[in-house]
Design a protein around this ligand. Structure first.
Ligand SMILES: Cc1ncc(COP(=O)(O)O)c(C=O)c1O
Length: 405
């Protein structure tokens, strides 16, 4: 029997709360998704029953914590089709995963080398490369947009010259909502010997993502956007690349031997995880993965796409409303503007109606500037949403129109 959003929502009691005396309609999933009961339970169990540090203890609690933490790494590796746990580095989030690549692998680049990005990248997949460009004299190149609001891949051949050493793109844009045709990108990058980094912050946990099958070199994602806890992300990489990379942070756990003047590094992924790692968060991520697989990644993707198609179509019918990016095929975020109303005012009035959306540049300021917009309003959908949430959004926008005449 097909799953319904109602069955899923039963695991998220927080969604039944009231905001400003209205039943909450949570449409800010692209920023952070809600956390289901089993994830909170797994974290609670860790703190209640075996809260201890990992890797270095010889007592039972530490051994249990280590087994759960390393089990979470193995679970994550299997979930995203990585070669094994050695391919998974725990970081603070997608942003710090991408910074790790830029500050470690990126140091091998210099003048004459180029990195290909797009004008639609989240700041987390833009600013680290700008910093590398300033440090190492690397050139940044950008894929632009088609009038339909997708990436203009017809420019790939012109932009992808042998100078390009890395192509770094979001699998799903957090504003435009489109899904990147990863196979096309990987084939084109391979043809000039470039590595590929996939910013999967909006895609892992939202659709089936297989690192090995996609054939990319680096994959970055965040636990808090896929029903997991905040404060944790992952860098998944080819083990041979990780082995060749230098750590960017020093401290406990990332070493094999420490002398007063010199130390030797642990093997990867441990050499990239200086200090006490995010133990509870990793355990929570493993529970989130169990949860998402229980619901079914195919179901989640189809459910989210259907909601986005309907939301985009209904928004586009409203007078003065413009959907930013394609009207169909979106996975999660639906950004829009309303003539004569600032997106912050839209979000504030919607909050008064119990509808939580986001307004601003969504950490994609260059994209907004290119589109001639200071900011947009963004409703974003995920597994807990239902068609009635779109009704609530449209009704609340009617209220905005009344307020602003
Ligand atoms: C496409 C994309 N990349 C990167 C990030 C950064 O994620 P985090 O803030 O969890 O590091 C986000 C967050 O919204 C995103 O949407």
């Amino acid at each position: 029997m097909a799953l319904t959003a109602d069955q899923v929502r039963a695991d998220f009691p927080g969604l039944a709360r009231r905001v400003h005396e209205r039943l909450l309609v949570y449409l800010d999933n692209s920023a952070t998704s809600p956390t289901p009961r089993p994830v909170r339970q797994a974290i609670d169990d860790f703190y209640n029953l075996y809260s201890a540090n990992v890797h270095r203890g010889l007592h039972t609690l530490s051994e249990e914590a280590t087994a759960a933490f390393e089990g979470a790494r193995a679970r994550t590796a299997a979930f995203v089709g990585a070669s094994g746990p050695e391919a998974v580095v725990f970081t603070r989030g997608s942003t710090s995963a991408i910074n790790l690549v830029a500050r470690s692998w990126g140091e091998s680049l210099g003048p004459g080398d180029a990195i290909l990005l797009s004008v639609a990248e989240h700041h987390g997949n833009l600013v680290p490369w700008q910093m590398l460009a300033a440090r190492r004299g690397v050139e940044l190149r950008f894929l632009e947009l088609t009038p339909a609001g997708t990436l203009d891949l017809s420019a790939l051949e012109r932009l992808l010259t042998p100078e390009v050493k890395l192509v770094a793109l979001a699998q799903v844009s957090n504003v435009l909502g489109y899904e990147l045709p990863v196979a096309t990108i990987v084939a084109a990058a391979r043809a000039v010997g470039a590595r590929v980094l996939l910013d999967a912050a909006q895609s892992v946990g939202h659709l089936p993502v297989d690192f090995g099958a996609l054939g990319v070199d680096f994959l970055a994602f965040s636990a808090h956007k896929m029903c997991g806890p905040t404060g944790l992300g992952c860098l998944v990489a080819r083990p041979e690349l990780l082995e060749a990379m230098e750590p960017i942070e020093g401290g406990g756990d990332m070493i094999v031997h420490v002398g007063l003047h010199k130390s030797t590094w642990n093997r990867s992924p441990f050499k990239f995880e200086a200090g006490t790692p995010p133990i509870a968060q990793a355990i929570g991520l493993a529970a989130a993965i169990d949860y998402l697989e229980g619901v079914g990644l195919e179901w989640i993707a189809e459910h989210t796409r259907d909601l986005c198609d309907e939301a985009a179509a209904r928004l586009a019918e409203l007078p003065g409303v413009r959907v930013v990016g394609p009207l169909t095929g979106r996975l999660g975020p639906v950004a829009f503007t309303m003539t004569g109303v600032h997106p912050h005012d839209i979000a504030t009035i919607l909050d008064g109606e119990g509808v939580a959306i986001r307004a601003g540049h969504h950490c994609a300021q260059p994209l907004h500037e290119l589109l001639g917009l200071e900011s947009t309003a963004r409703a974003s959908f995920y597994l807990t949403n239902q068609p009635s949430d779109i009704d609530a959004l449209i009704d609340a926008l009617e209220m905005v129109r009344k307020v602003f005449g």
